[in-house]
Ligand binder design. Structure first.
Ligand code: SAM
Length: 264
């Protein structure tokens, strides 16, 4: 049996009280990853681990033909409910695992996998499958949380100082730099690059946002006037573009590593 909770519904992932830094991070991550698919009318796009379907729906709203593939019936049921509230052509929903995608080689113009690869038990095989089902000149877009971000490093450094230098007891809440229990992989720039290179020719690797989850950062952003908080989070995003290894989220774009003359 596969160790995946197919009854999950994202209520533990989607933040409830949004602070300016959270709002910026989630919006920007979505905007960048969707933009990099180059979705438009006439394009066929696959959303792998489509979850509750918000990205598939947004891509369909841009005019693309979209397929959302997801193993969880519960998540897909929610996606169908959200899609039913929208006008215009909506995605097709297919049940399937990322490491054995039920599609022919070279079927899609683009393939997107956002915020999900750390939940996969076989991420290398999943990237190989995304590369297989994407056209040779198509795009595979991977977006994943960076557990070696500036915020993770700062949080870990502060805890080390508390415990090792001052001898204070460990903080009991879950530490932001620890991967959650439902993650198989703790991604950082080197690892995502190494896994992706097996199946993709990497075209770009971008950092998105910086500082999210840093001790005190969210609280500070929440109390500052928005005329100060917004330029601050935008400024940190500029830094993330310069230094992706310290960013909160990594967005990687590649094209399949196979020959147009030998493959579909
Ligand atoms: C955190 S959610 C992300 C969903 C969506 N991409 C988003 O950005 O909101 C992770 C998703 O990965 C799915 N998942 C877990 N293991 C999987 C696997 N091996 N193959 C495909 N999907 C998987 C889960 O069911 C869940 O919907």
């Amino acid at each position: 049996m596969r160790v995946v909770d197919l009854d999950r519904d994202m209520s533990d992932v989607i933040p409830t009280g949004m602070t300016p830094d959270s709002e910026f991070l989630f919006d920007r991550m979505t905007q960048v990853t969707l933009d990099r698919t180059q979705a438009a009318a006439g394009k066929l796009v696959l959303d792998v681990a489509s979850g509750v379907g918000q990205d598939s729906i947004a891509l369909a709203t841009r005019g693309a033909n979209v397929v959302g593939v997801e193993p969880s019936g519960r998540m897909t049921a929610m996606a169908k409910l959200f899609a039913a509230e929208k006008a215009g052509p909506m995605p097709d929903w297919v049940r399937g695992w990322s490491d054995s995608l039920p599609f022919a080689t070279g079927s899609f113009d683009a393939c997107i996998c956002k915020g999900a690869m750390d939940h996969f038990d076989c991420p290398g095989e999943a990237i190989a499958e995304m590369a297989r089902v994407t056209k040779v000149d198509g795009k595979v877009v991977l977006a994943i949380a960076n557990f070696e971000s500036l915020a993770c490093r700062a949080g870990r450094g502060l805890d080390d100082l508390r415990q090792d230098v001052f001898g204070w007891p460990a903080v009991r809440v879950r530490r932001g730099y620890d991967a959650p229990s439902d993650h198989f992989t703790r991604y950082e720039v080197g690892l995502i690059r190494e896994q992706a290179e097996q199946s993709l020719i990497i075209e770009s690797l971008e950092g998105i946002s910086m500082g999210w989850g840093m001790p005190g950062w969210s609280r500070l952003m929440a109390v500052l006037p928005s005329a100060v908080a917004l330029p601050a989070v935008r400024g940190m995003d500029q830094l993330a573009r310069q230094f992706p290894s310290l960013s909160d989220v990594i967005a990687l774009v590649g094209r399949p590593r196979r020959s147009a003359s030998t493959s579909a």
